[in-house]
Write a protein that binds this ligand. Structure first.
Ligand code: SF4
Length: 493
């Protein structure tokens, strides 16, 4: 019996695609609106999408314009027990509905306001649910704090790898040393200092990191996107993500006409900063009006995309990979298990090996050839880079569009119809275990946060702050009139 169980477990652990992943992907694909079921769509074929926490630490200590947090967010006390309890519950629901593996953001107000031990506990809870966590921060914290999160009380690493996304832009107010920056360039020393903390962490403790650089874009800083891209490219960030501002959250902090900044405009500025075109059409997460991204390898100053949408051989390789191997989990898998898993996948599809090698050859040629790549690698000038633009929507449209979706009504109004289409193909979900539903982040920030934070104010009042360890009830967010409706095309597992 024991041996049979061991063999069954081994077979499952080394199966190329976990059956729960397969089921979650199939559900995701079936729930996508038809316009999003395209050949380049990754949702439902190799990923269920990103996830994020909500209502777990709404407070922030900067005062940016715009700010996506609701007006009440800063009136909620930070409480580690509340954070860890709710993160655990939200992640357990995501694990149940979306399978054993996904990327999830530890996001709320400012993550570094959490005591380091609670921050670490939240990350561990996310990992325990099969989530690859990323801490979302303004980046204004010290090396000591980072080490207290990453290392245990004996100075031993709690994690082999950590992921942080740091938000840096000149619309932010209150950063130590750059309280009111007059330009993006003024923030470069702070960007460098932040990334350096992780280089030092690797040097001193062997802990790897994945770093994202986030920037909100409005008419006042859109012309600086080009230079920010150029500057940050040479810093040890793995991802550069830009978010055109939307009218979400605290309306006291809306200043400009954000509508002038489009996803195309921002992408063009990024391309100018990189000094070349950044083809993105080969893959798509969700709706192209929401997201645009490309991944590639940067060799010296040249960015070589992993897939060129203009090359039919690349597209054929993409289709093969998605059809045969989409959903295969690589992260957090012990090396021995991973090797067996890959061998089983290749044994099932031996014809995939030559196209894979030919694709790698094309990427090397795009980067300037093998000799150049080896020389650059010696100078530590080879790195993977991802560029992203994520285009949140205004709550003015999200609110009515979502309310109709909850009632199963498809909007006639073209703007609301577009909003519903985008919400239905959302790639960034938040978990509501009490309601038994997943909601798009646009809905969370534009509709639900305000109600949720009012309730949190009551549960975690600022008066009496510092009573860590107090018993805090979990949040139940159930705005009246919102009942789960299936088959409306919205994000729901
Ligand atoms: S619906 Fe909103 S949160 Fe979802 S992918 Fe689109 S912009 Fe992002």
């Amino acid at each position: 019996m024991g041996l049979t169980r061991t063999l069954t477990d081994f077979e499952l652990a080394t199966r190329p695609i976990h059956p729960e992943t397969r089921a979650a992907l199939d559900r995701r694909w079936a729930d996508l609106p038809p316009h999003a079921q395209t050949d380049n769509q990754l949702l439902g074929r190799c990923a269920v999408g990103c996830e994020g926490t909500h209502g777990v630490f709404p407070k922030c200590n900067l005062t940016c314009s715009p700010c996506y947090h609701s007006a009440d967010a800063n009136k909620v006390r930070i409480d580690g027990d509340h954070t860890v309890d709710n993160v655990t519950r939200q992640m357990a629901y995501l694990r149940r509905m979306r399978g054993p593996r996904a990327h999830a953001q530890l996001i709320g107000g400012e993550v570094s306001l959490l005591p380091a031990a609670d921050h670490a506990a939240a990350l561990l809870a996310m990992r325990a649910a099969g989530r690859e966590p990323m801490s979302m921060t303004h980046g204004d914290f010290d090396d000591d704090y980072l080490r207290d999160v990453v290392l245990d009380e004996n100075g031993r690493p709690r994690f082999r790898k950590v992921s942080f996304a740091a938000h840096f832009d000149s619309l932010m107010r209150g950063r130590r040393g750059a309280v009111r920056p007059r330009s993006e360039a003024e923030l470069n020393p702070f960007r460098e200092q932040f990334a350096q903390m992780f280089v030092d962490l690797k040097r001193d403790h062997g802990v790897s990191s994945y770093l994202a650089h986030n920037m909100t874009v409005t008419p006042s800083n859109v012309d600086e996107v080009e230079q920010v891209t150029r500057d940050v490219l040479d810093m040890p960030f793995d991802m550069m993500s830009f978010q055109p501002a939307a009218f979400i959250g605290d309306d006291r902090r809306w200043r400009e006409d954000f509508g002038e900044v489009t996803i195309d405009k921002v992408w063009e500025r990024i391309e100018k900063g990189v000094g070349q075109k950044l083809p993105w059409q080969a893959t798509q997460f969700g709706d192209p009006r929401c997201n645009r991204s490309t991944v590639g390898v940067r060799v010296g100053g040249v960015f070589a995309p992993l897939l060129d949408p203009e090359d039919p051989r690349d597209i054929a390789a993409r289709d093969r990979f998605l059809a045969h191997h989409g959903g295969m989990i690589f992260g957090d898998v012990p090396t021995g298990i991973l090797i067996v898993k890959v061998l089983r996948a290749l044994a099932a599809h031996p014809g995939d090996v030559p196209p894979l090698f030919r694709l790698m050859g094309r990427v090397v040629r795009r980067a300037g050839g093998l000799r150049k790549m080896v020389a650059a690698a010696r100078r530590k000038k080879v790195s993977f880079k991802t560029f992203v633009v994520h285009n949140f929507m205004d709550s003015e449209q999200v609110k009515p569009a979502w309310e109709m979706m909850e009632k199963g009504i498809v909007a006639d109004d073209p703007v609301l119809k577009e909003t519903q289409e985008r919400l239905g193909s959302c790639m960034y979900a938040m978990s509501h275990p009490d309601d038994g539903r997943l909601v798009p982040a646009c809905v969370q920030h534009g509709v639900l946060d305000a109600v949720e934070n009012e309730e949190l104010r009551r549960i975690l009042p600022l008066v009496g702050a510092g009573v860590q360890g107090a018993v805090t009830p979990t949040v139940v967010t159930r705005p009246s009139g919102l009942t789960p409706v299936r088959g409306t095309g919205r994000v729901e597992a």
